[in-house]
Design a protein around this ligand. Sequence first.
Ligand code: HEM
Length: 443
Amino acid sequence: MSGHSTYEPKTGIERWLDVRLPIIRMAYDSAIDYPTPKNLNYWWTFGGILAVCLVIQILTGVVLAMHYVPNAGLAFNSVEAIMRDVNYGWMLRYIHANGASMFFLAVYVHMARGLYYGSYKAPREVLWLLGCVIYLLMMATAFMGYVLPWGQMSYYGAVVITNLFSALDNVIPGVGTAVTTWLWGGFAVDNATLNRFFSLHYLLPFMIAGVVGLHIWALHVPGNNNPTGVAVKSKQDTVPFHPYYTVKDGFAILAFLILFAWFVFFQPNALAHADNYVPANPLQTPAHIVPEWYFLPFYAMLRSVPNKLFGVVAMFGAIAMLFVVPWLDTSKVRSMRYRPAARIFFALFILSVLVLGWCGGKEPDDVVLAVGRDAAGDPTGLSVTVFSRFFVLYYYAYFLLVLPILGLREKPLPQPETISTPVLSHGGAALPAGGTAEASKKG
Ligand code: HEM
């Protein structure tokens, strides 16, 4: 998509098309001859894995929509009909439902890779920002998709999340209620809400596909970052995308699909909630409302603050942090491979997100550390809510204190001159082109 094109049309048809719509040239330059750093490790295969996830979700979703009925009185049964009466409907639904989880698993790995190797730093800020937009769209899509089966957890998930907007009443009285009523299309989560969620759930994946196109474009202008974080200096540092990375990505995609298939065929409900097999009942709130696993850290942040408005701010602020990362990080060194202190803070950051996820799945009053018993004999002590606050604080401190300050004070390790140096200094010269065994061992 950028730089000098090496494509030479071979047949008459190719030459004819090339001067009218150079689409084959574009595909050739960006997926075959695209110069790719020769030291990319397996963390770089997740972009391709994500593209596959998006295609799977759209294909299965379009077919599911042929049988699904977006009506509050019929939705739950239409999903049961898909499971029992539609040919391979059970498989389509399980692929789509578990596909959402696999999509988020892959996107979290992809984002963590970006944070670790500094892929958001100049000149890749726009690429990162587009990624953040994709992530927001993914969250909106997944949230609305979960409402569609109209089970208990669908219904109450929609109630909890849409009600967050009523916190605006604390800023300008009446505005929150007005916005929430507008979102619902009535005075409660009901048929109108289900209808618009279905419409948007069908629309957003195509918007994601559009932003992914921009994301890849913004990738191909500066080119890939790589595990050393050192910029590509010459042709020596790169290999053509095909066959080197088509094969490596293809292998990773197959391995990922095996894990995916294991969930679909052996544990299709492991990541689901039993309450969603109970039809939505506005008169019976479930004892414990929890979102899907991929939203749990944010749910924990929301609940960690006693004030509703500030809870909402804490949750959305956590996502907003991602958007400004390129400008918060002051380090001149891209990759954490050469930033030993940053690696420790990063490990603690990942740990915090995981602990917050665990907290989000617990009851807020559950006791993490018991120090005694109350009159009823129940344990008392450090509650999940209080415990989660330490990790929320660290999450914010990582972005607002660690990234800006550490970059100015740390002593990074010496970086190699070129991305080939660490390979060649370990005898990698004897390897075939693209052989990077030593470099990829270092992580
Ligand atoms: C539908 C979701 C997404 C798709 C299909 C996608 C696709 C890709 C692909 C194919 C690449 C090149 C291969 C690779 O580096 O893995 C890439 C790179 C990248 N993506 Fe994404 N991406 C998605 C979401 C995101 C998100 C949510 C972020 C961050 C918030 C992000 C940030 C990046 C960055 C920084 C790079 C450059 C990596 C580098 O060269 O070091 N992406 N993406």
